[in-house]
Design a protein around this ligand. Structure first.
Ligand SMILES: CC(C)[C@H](C(=O)O)[C@@H](O)C(=O)O
Ligand code: SF4
Length: 734
């Protein structure tokens, strides 16, 4: 609600409109309009609320679903989570969410609701995601929702609790970065190729600390689905968030969605949304321009999303890479992938094909995949060496695809047609690869061990040939003739399937009911700030490496010590510890928002990590647990690593902000955010501090109700549950 006369970016405008309060260091309390919740990153947050006796502040702005753990087999015989989910930990996580939504009165799309689906699919589909909002979820791919011109980002479990309790977050503003792609795309180039190419250009840490605005004719020409795929993968470029300014494409997508404003409220909202674009002359901290003609169908060859190569290219030769760290990492990736340098990408065989995930499981993606099947010819079948599956992103997409006949087409060609969920993207459910299998996948991450041990995803579908294949081979005269000869598919509208009434969130249970119904275990003791001493150096590993997905199924923050670097530390055959030494690199903790990563470090006894740079969400999550991430230049990191490896003790003094070394070597100074330093030194808890700002938050909410009334849980028709305003107006001591 700031009115500024100087030109502002889209990000500046949304940020300014959400600041509840700000301190002299620029640390702001920002209001969160929309909160999506799933079963993996929420149990500990609800437990925190329960222990503190706090309600969810805005149930009308919170929407929950199950997606990561659920089996994708037919739900024809579904009776309950308890009988349907075999794996005990997955079952416990889903059951815990069911308990929690009842206890706290939250709207929930469960497994019998056709609106259930991947959290980043259902928000846009329902119109829960809107332009100009702040949107968070305990999931890194929350960046997807930025496609609507919103500020959307992933958070860890402590912040999930913070948002549930206060509907706000403590944040420092990030940098403004603009990536412009102008011109016409070459034939066969999709939104996924565009974002993979961008990541290949700027690197997986290229967006660290920034919010990316995607500008230029290429993004303007994209559908909402394509914009979502691009924004989804902003996190793979290290960015806090990605966004595209809203326009007619956005408004046409949203109009009449169940939770979008209607009538006068729509007109008012649209008038506001039309102001949400970067002003001429606004300043960006970083500008990147990419000619569209540089982009060709792209695949990854390694275990990082920046390991990209054109589909017409070959596996790179590590011996030609000069930088020793990059060379070692390429060698490691090739060994993991079972690939030989210089092999042509199109000669690589695959065992599985997975069409799904929050990046590419929308109706447009399923239609594109179906077009390839049709282009392959009337009787074309999935290659005999391939096991292929299609997992729609939501129950509604599944229904729409079935109405269009896509399921029949896929099944006839030999694909498995599944129920909605994250499925093989992360393999927390039974959809996993066997060791050594290779998967061509439409998902977003190719980290080690993600789809099953020793398994590896590749972006493009290769079901029909059994090898990575240039999609342009399914274009041209023969393909067109095959498509023309096939029976026409019906093209339907998503609106035909959005007919369910939007129910208000249920009334929360009473404390007695909650106690009687809860299946959650009792709480652990709250963590206390400890002395910071490190004997360890670890750098640039993604969070899948720090703690693999099988350990995310816990309801607690404890017991994760043995999970730390599990795949790297353990011999897969004997289960015994290996002499693993992570090599120093930048961008520690990139990838997912799992707070399990700092929990496992903490449980293992590591309270401080020193690295040349950290991924934003990891850094925040570590601080939330009273842990200290220290950023030092690469050379200092190497020097400290040598000391540690020689068995020497290093001392990290947070008060003096220096790392002290033995044997008279000079101490190395570091900087740390003053507010975070204050909290760490004094063991202060963010939520308690924010609760003291109750009046400021309530004041913001009243202004918000006047200015943007459609954000008050509009779809729930005034079912907003009033929360008492805290009496204390004490100014937060930042
Ligand atoms: C489980 C969740 C924390 C995680 C994420 O944050 O991205 C998952 O969705 C993933 O894709 O790795
Ligand atoms: S990236 Fe995969 S696991 Fe994560 S939310 Fe998306 S579909 Fe689910």
């Amino acid at each position: 609600m700031v009115t500024s006369t100087s030109p502002r970016t889209l990000y500046d405008k949304i940020w300014d409109d959400h600041v509840v309060d700000v301190n002299d260091d620029g640390l702001a309390l920002i209001y969160i309009d929309r909160h999506l919740v799933h079963e993996v990153t929420s149990p500990q947050a609800f437990e925190g609320l329960r222990n503190a006796g706090r309600p969810v502040r805005r149930p009308d702005c919170t929407l929950a679903t199950v997606d990561h753990n659920i089996p994708t087999v037919s739900r024809k015989n579904f009776q309950s989570v308890a009988t349907f989910i075999d794996e005990p930990d997955s079952r416990a996580q889903c059951a815990a969410l069911e308990d929690n939504v009842k206890e706290f009165g939250l709207t929930y799309f469960g497994m019998t609701d056709k609106r259930q689906g991947i959290v980043h699919i259902i928000g846009p589909e329902q119109g829960f995601t809107l332009p100009g909002i702040t949107c968070v979820c305990g999931d890194s791919h929350t960046s997807t929702h930025g496609a609507f011109g919103s500020l959307a980002f992933g958070i860890g479990t402590s912040e999930v609790e913070h948002v549930l309790a206060t509907q706000t977050l403590l944040q420092k503003k990030g940098k403004n970065m603009r990536i412009t792609v102008d011109g016409d795309l070459l034939e066969g180039v999709t939104s996924k190729d565009v974002i993979l190419h961008i990541i290949g250009v700027i690197g997986t840490a290229g967006g660290t600390g920034s919010v990316i605005e995607y500008a230029g004719s290429v993004f303007r020409g994209f559908s909402m689905e394509a914009r979502m795929s691009v924004c989804n993968m902003s996190i793979e470029a290290g960015a806090r968030a990605g966004m595209v300014a809203p326009d007619e494409v956005t408004f046409n997508y949203l109009r009449n969605r169940p939770l979008a404003p209607k009538g006068d409220a729509w007109d008012r909202a649209e008038a506001y949304w039309r102001t949400l674009k970067t002003d001429d002359g606004a300043k960006f901290d970083i500008e990147v321009n990419i000619p569209s003609s540089d982009i060709i169908p792209t695949v990854t060859w390694g275990t990082s999303p920046q390991d990209t190569v054109p589909i017409t290219g070959a596996v790179p030769d590590p011996s030609k890479i000069e930088d020793p760290v990059k060379r070692a990492s390429a060698e490691r990736s090739l060994a993991y992938m079972g690939l030989t340098a210089n092999t042509l990408m199109e000669d690589i065989k695959v065992d599985k094909v997975f069409i799904g995930s929050c990046t590419n499981s929308r109706i447009e993606d399923l239609r594109s995949a179906a077009k390839i099947v049709l282009a392959a010819g009337a009787d074309a079948k999935v290659a005999p060496n391939v096991d292929a599956m299609v997992v729609p992103g939501s129950g509604l997409i599944k229904k729409q695809a079935e109405a269009e006949g896509l399921d029949v087409l896929f099944k006839r060609a030999g694909f498995d047609w599944r129920e909605a969920g994250c499925s093989m993207c992360l393999g927390m459910n039974p959809d996993q690869l066997s060791p050594g299998q290779r998967c061509a996948s439409t998902s977003n991450r190719n980290f080690e061990g993600r789809q099953g041990s020793g398994a590896q995803p590749w972006p493009p579908a290769a079901a029909m040939t059994g090898k990575l294949t240039d999609v342009r081979k399914f274009m041209g005269a023969t393909a067109e003739a095959n498509i023309a000869a096939a029976p026409k598919l019906i093209v339907s509208s998503a609106f035909d399937f959005l007919d369910d009434p939007v129910l208000p969130p249920p009334e929360p249970q009473t404390a007695e009911e909650a106690k009687a119904n809860s299946s959650l275990p009792p709480s652990d003791a709250p963590s206390t700030v400890q002395k910071f001493i490190i004997p360890l150096h670890i750098e640039n590993v993604d969070t899948d490496m720090i703690i693999p997905k099988q350990f995310l199924k816990t309801l607690k923050r404890t017991g994760l010590a043995d999970a730390l670097f599990f795949t790297l530390r353990k011999d897969p055959h004997t289960g015994k510890d290996t002499d693993f030494h992570p090599e120093p690199r930048t961008n520690f903790g990139c990838g997912s928002s799992r707070e399990h990563a700092p929990w496992s470090l903490d449980n293992f006894g590591i309270r401080c990590v020193i690295a040349p740079s950290f991924a934003d969400i990891f850094k925040n999550n570590a601080m939330q647990n009273g842990m200290l991430p220290v950023v030092l230049p690469q050379a200092d990191c190497f020097a400290l690593a040598e000391d540690a490896e020689a068995g020497l003790d290093l001392e990290v003094d947070l008060e003096k902000q220096e790392v002290r070394r033995p044997n008279g070597k000079p101490a190395i100074p570091f900087t740390v955010d003053p507010f975070r330093r204050h909290c760490l030194l004094n063991g202060l808890d963010d939520i308690a501090l924010t609760m003291q700002r109750g009046e400021a938050i309530a004041g913001f909410e009243s202004r918000r109700s006047e200015t943007w009334p459609w954000l008050d849980g509009f779809g729930f028709k005034g079912a907003r549950i009033p929360v008492p305003v805290a009496k204390s107006g004490k100014k937060l001591d930042w």
